[in-house]
Design a protein. Structure first.
Length: 158
């Protein structure tokens, strides 16, 4: 687990990267639906915010419980997401939750980072895996958002 410091630093940097990305995109492009059934840039950003309370809860449970069992969090990706907030609110919510998450993770001991859990979708799961998964999830959505803004139609990921 030599990557804990890098994971923490990266998780802390995502809110600024997301804010700056959204600020660079022309307002009309934020809500543009490039393909039927595909998410917009704003919907990706709002989805990121909507996931954070669940992730915070998982961190809290991993730190408080021995080997907790989690249920899958599976939003319906076959449809446009039901948006619970506006984009500005989503960016603020994402940053606030991420600050809470990283404060807990920074306070975690080396033993805490080795704590495990059960998750039906994964062969192994625990605090370290969850933190890395959060980072990968953030960057996957950031990549999709950039693709929606800049990539030519014929090259968009299906």
């Amino acid at each position: 687990m030599h990557d804990v410091s890098a994971i923490l630093t990266s998780l802390e940097q995502v809110p600024a990267i997301l804010d700056q990305f959204v600020a660079c995109v022309p307002a009309a492009r934020l809500a543009e639906r490039r393909r039927e059934g595909a998410w917009t840039i704003a919907e990706h950003a709002i989805h990121l915010a909507e996931c954070q309370p669940m992730l915070l809860g998982r961190i809290e449970r991993l730190l408080a419980e021995d080997n907790p069992e989690f249920t899958p969090f599976i939003p319906d990706t076959s449809a446009v997401p039901a948006l619970s907030m506006g984009l500005d609110q989503a960016l603020a919510s994402f940053a606030g939750h991420r600050a809470q998450q990283t404060a807990l993770l920074r306070a975690a001991t080396p033993g805490d980072w080795r704590r495990t859990a059960r998750h039906p979708e994964y062969e192994a799961y625990g605090l370290h895996i969850l933190a890395r998964h959060m980072l990968v999830h953030d960057h996957w959505h950031l990549y999709r958002m950039e693709e929606l803004w800049l990539l030519r139609d014929e090259l968009l990921t299906a």
